[in-house]
Design a protein around this ligand. Structure first.
Ligand SMILES: [Mn+2]
Length: 352
């Protein structure tokens, strides 16, 4: 029995809208979901598990029509899904009233339900969110009703407001596999037994690293094996560039460009400049954002060049006096330049 486990697709989300690449993100999330369906077909998976938050908010009818069309295109695969905290079941939820293709099972109840698939000797258990938050650890102590076959729990949560999940408690549950959603970072909680597939596409800049889906197989000997497969169109990465002491601004730009090229120019970067001089940061880190998909820039200043340190080091001199005039308030661009060039001039006279 072969299965594919995805979670937190967040269809309808548009991350990074204020950035140039943001215009494509909404469509990319839909496209990657489409590619999962293709993978399911190519792998001839028996089961597609969707562990909540397929949608970023309440799904519209026309959106469900698209999703259902994709599900209908894989008639040999059973699709089982639950609603998470983002797409929770509201009074008039389209999830419940929609007429789904015959291979689709939604476990929409607020209490645990079971879907049985005798042809693949498998049962899938799960419940849906009926509110934005569930603070009770509702998965603790539940047990599968059927002793034989492959028993799967489809679960969503893992923080204090969204069904707290303790790893030890999960370990005691008698399921063969627990397909988890809600935490966006893909991670295995118990080897080959419980895992978060992670968000299919990263949804915000904190979802760093690879994203994709989990593929699993359950054999006749009752053994389960899972593996993570990256599929996302882009990922967020932390990029730390150390700035050599005597490097020029052009060399710095060049080095950033090369590193972005090497790690994939489609990816989105959180850039940290380590050892940059304070005046460099004042003069143009914003401009660096044009070198690639850079979502934020952090600076770690070179110790000996921090203005505060300089003022302390040269206490009682004109240099220190000069720096203090600019301290303790927000500086405008002209003032930043005045501070920089002033300090530069005073430092140079000191050396003579
Ligand atoms: Mn969630």
């Amino acid at each position: 029995m072969k299965f594919i486990h995805i979670a937190d697709v967040h269809l309808g989300a548009s991350p990074d809208l204020e950035y140039p690449w943001g215009a494509d993100r909404k469509q990319e999330i839909w496209n990657t979901f489409g590619r999962v369906i293709e993978e399911t077909k190519r792998e001839k998976a028996d089961l597609l598990l969707i562990a909540g938050d397929l949608f970023h908010r309440q799904p519209l009818k026309k959106e469900l029509k698209e999703v259902n069309g994709l599900f209908r295109s894989i008639p040999d695969t059973k699709v089982v899904l639950i609603a998470g905290n983002h797409d929770f079941i509201q009074k008039n939820s389209n999830y419940r009233t929609f007429s789904w293709a015959s291979n689709v099972t939604g476990l929409w109840g607020r209490e645990m339900e079971m879907a049985e698939f005798p042809e693949i000797n498998t049962c899938v258990y799960g419940l849906s969110y009926w509110s934005r938050e569930i603070r009770e650890p509702v998965y603790e102590g539940i047990c599968p009703g059927k002793p034989a076959g492959f028993q799967i729990l489809l679960a969503h949560g893992g923080d204090e407001k969204h069904i707290p999940i303790r790893r030890e408690a999960l370990g005691r549950l008698e399921f063969d596999y627990i397909a988890l959603g809600h935490i966006h970072k893909p991670q295995v909680l118990i080897k080959d037994r419980a895992a978060y597939a992670g968000a299919l596409e990263p949804i915000d800049r904190n979802d760093t690293g690879p994203h994709g889906y989990i593929q699993g197989e359950y054999n006749e000997r009752g053994e389960c094996r899972i593996e993570f497969r990256p599929l996302a169109a882009r990922s967020y990465w932390d990029l730390e560039v150390s700035v050599p002491e005597n490097s020029t601004w052009f060399e710095l730009e060049d080095s950033i460009k090369k590193q972005i090229e090497a790690r994939g120019s489609q990816n989105i970067y959180r850039l940290t400049l380590d050892g940059i001089r304070e005046e460099g940061a004042a003069l143009g880190t914003e401009h660096l954002k044009t070198l690639g998909n850079i979502v934020e820039i952090r600076t770690k200043f070179r110790e000996e060049w921090g203005y505060a340190q300089l003022a302390k080091k040269y206490e009682g001199t004109f240099l220190s006096e000069y720096i203090r005039q600019f301290q303790g308030r927000e500086l405008n661009e002209t003032e930043k330049k005045a501070l920089y060039y002033g300090v530069k001039a005073l430092m140079e006279t000191r050396r003579e």
